[in-house]
Ligand binder design. Structure first.
Ligand SMILES: [Zn+2]
Length: 112
């Protein structure tokens, strides 16, 4: 069922759950990229690091990126909490066209 805005009738409506998932994805990507940046900025100090093959380097960067995503979980939770608090308040839906917030319409709301 497509949710339509109660004010402008737009179908471009973001649910609170979808916003939470998007915020979680953004937080994970941010942590992943920060982990890769930290890993890439480290200067190789051991002899084995100098002989690292491209595939080995890519694997090491991936592992450090996943570790970065995992360690940024608390920050991501704060970000999700802020999105819910400041964008949705107590409502379930946010219209991306006009900015109206409202609860998900029930079947009783649609009855004449
Ligand atoms: Zn609207």
């Amino acid at each position: 069922m497509t949710i339509r805005c109660l004010i402008c009738n737009s179908s471009v409506v973001l649910s609170k759950d979808a916003a939470k998932s998007i915020a979680r994805l953004i937080g994970a990507l941010d942590g992943f990229l920060n982990g890769i940046q930290r890993s890439a900025s480290k200067s190789p100090t051991t002899a084995s690091a100098h002989n690292e093959k491209p595939l080995e380097r890519a694997f090491r960067l991936m592992i450090d990126g996943v570790a970065g995503a995992s360690s940024s979980w608390a920050t991501t939770q704060d970000f999700i909490r802020d999105v819910r608090k400041y964008q949705f308040m107590e409502y379930d839906c946010l219209c991306l066209r006009c900015g109206a917030t409202f609860d998900t319409p029930t079947e009783e709301d649609e009855q004449p």
